[in-house]
Design a protein around this ligand. Structure first.
Ligand code: HAM
Length: 474
């Protein structure tokens, strides 16, 4: 048990008084900034709803194995960036009982002992904070037999993700994504285009500045398609290996496609001469890609093709896309996504088509904040009234007024202790109130209340019901 030092020691030692700070790469989102987060999320609910998507809320931690299998054990995300920990056994779990008994007897406990006793060492699996949510959505699709529901299932989610990356502007260890997935049904190119159209509509609604969509097709895993291309790419990379940096050299072996992602200046001219995947797609993937482009054009969605767009997760095939926005510096990808037919099957489900995206909400907000006009568009704020009351009778009326005004959706600040009117008005301005409702014993006796507009100092007198009507109409 953790001892509470406040109880056992009279005066806390200096080190116990140390101030805590949010862990590196995490941050507090505070008011009034959170209003913009809410506006963004409400806009997502509204826009995604018009495309027929329903919200789901998967858990924040899952078995590590789920992410390893879905995202890929060799990816940076899984091999370096996940927060994983061993699940401690429940108190009456046979393994826990076994360990306790052994320790009580003064015996050491070896991993082998578990295996001998239970033959189920694998169940001592680790769990991980989710670094992304596509794996969870596919897991849920399988777990809840969603393939038996009308297809495709169109789902979206929003919430925190966790990756142990080096923090910088637009890159955090706890960050937020708003994502959507279409699972099941067919792999018609119209679905790819509609999913992209949905993100672009959302960004448009938010007036996100400088939005640019890049698309690519990375084909499918077959010798006459991506596998053939990767083999060719690898052999071409071997020829220029000496000119590449250490990271790219390592990737030639582990994942040659990822070399195309390199941002290193001196590697750019070398990469420019490498074979391009578009020239090595199989006929079906080529046809699919051409149709996706036509479907985007039909929807008036502007795109740029980028043959180097390969993405950092293993589950993609065919369509991949990324969207960048203004004001973000090097971390300017505000959305990434693509098609992942086969992922559900890889996780133990039936053969299922899939496509989706995730928006980096932190980056989206940063970009909106840089473009000040858009940041101001946080929806209609309710009127804000400060109740300046003085006197016992006035206080009772003030409490009643606060209740009625709040019930009508008006923001009310009711000072908990009496203040002189001058002080009250000063505080009302400081808090940014638009109105001060002046309630003294005289006002209560007369039954007419005074509403002061703080911006210009004008005053109007109202009876209680008229006041409500007036504020509700604002
Ligand atoms: P992702 O490209 O890894 O894709 O992440 C999507 C977006 O999340 C990025 O474009 C970026 O805006 C944001 N993001 C990623 N890491 C961080 C970070 N450390 N700090 C701040 N923002 C970050 C996925 O996660 C896929 N699950 C997307 C997907 C859904 N593909 C198909 N369906």
């Amino acid at each position: 048990m953790i001892e509470d030092k406040r109880v056992t020691e009279a005066a806390p030692k200096k080190e116990q008084r140390r101030k805590f700070q949010a862990i590196r790469g995490t941050r507090d989102l505070l008011p009034p900034g959170t209003a913009l987060w809410n506006h963004v999320e409400e806009t997502a609910h509204a826009v995604f709803g018009t495309f027929g998507f329903g919200e789901m809320r998967p858990p924040i931690f899952e078995p590590t194995e789920l992410f390893a299998r879905a995202v890929g054990g060799d990816t940076d995300i899984v091999s370096k960036e996940m927060y994983s920990f061993a699940e401690s056994p429940e108190p009456n779990d046979p393994k826990a009982v076994f360990v306790k008994k052994a320790l009580d007897l003064g015996l050491g406990v070896e991993v082998d002992d578990f295996e001998k006793a239970f033959g189920e060492l694998s169940s001592l699996a680790t769990i991980s904070l989710r670094p992304e949510a596509t794996a969870s959505v596919c897991r849920a699709y399988i777990e809840h037999n969603m393939q038996q529901l009308p297809q495709p299932q169109k789902l979206y989610y929003m919430g925190p993700m966790f990756r142990r990356e080096r923090p910088q502007k637009g890159r955090y260890r706890q960050f937020y994504q708003i994502g959507a997935e279409v699972l099941g049904g067919v792999d018609a190119p119209a679905i790819d285009a509609e999913v992209i159209e949905m993100v672009m509509t959302f960004f448009d609604k938010l007036k996100l500045p400088g939005v640019q969509l890049e698309i690519n097709s990375i084909g499918h895993a077959a010798d006459n398609c991506r596998r053939g291309y990767v083999a060719l790419l690898k052999s071409e990379l071997e020829k220029v290996k000496d000119k590449l940096g250490a990271d790219s050299q390592r990737r030639i072996e582990a994942n040659p496609l990822r070399v195309l992602d390199s941002k290193l200046e001196h590697e750019q001219p070398i990469i420019a001469t490498l074979p391009k995947i578009a020239d090595h797609l199989c006929d079906d993937c080529k046809t699919h890609y051409a149709a996706v482009k036509r479907e985007l054009e039909l929807r008036g969605v502007f795109y740029k093709e980028n043959w180097r767009l390969v993405r950092g997760l293993d589950y993609y095939m065919r369509t991949t896309f990324e969207i960048t926005a203004q004001g973000l510096g090097s971390q300017n990808a505000v959305c990434g996504g693509g098609r992942y037919d086969g992922l559900v099957e890889l996780l133990g489900g039936p053969p299922t088509k899939g496509i989706g995206f995730a928006i980096g909400e932190d980056r989206l907000i940063l970009s909106l904040q840089e473009a000040k006009d858009a940041a101001l568009a946080t929806g209609n704020q309710p009127p804000f009234v400060y109740i300046a009351w003085m006197g016992a009778n006035a206080y009772a009326a003030a409490v009643r007024a606060a209740k009625n005004l709040r019930a009508a959706g008006i923001r009310v600040e009711l000072p908990p202790v009496e203040q002189k009117f001058g002080k009250a008005l000063e505080r009302a301005s400081k808090l940014g109130a638009q109105y001060a409702l002046i309630l003294g014993d005289n006002e209560v006796a007369e039954g007419t209340w005074t509403l002061k507009t703080l911006a210009d100092g004008t005053q109007q007198k109202f009876t209680e019901p008229h006041l409500l009507d007036f504020l509700k109409k604002l």
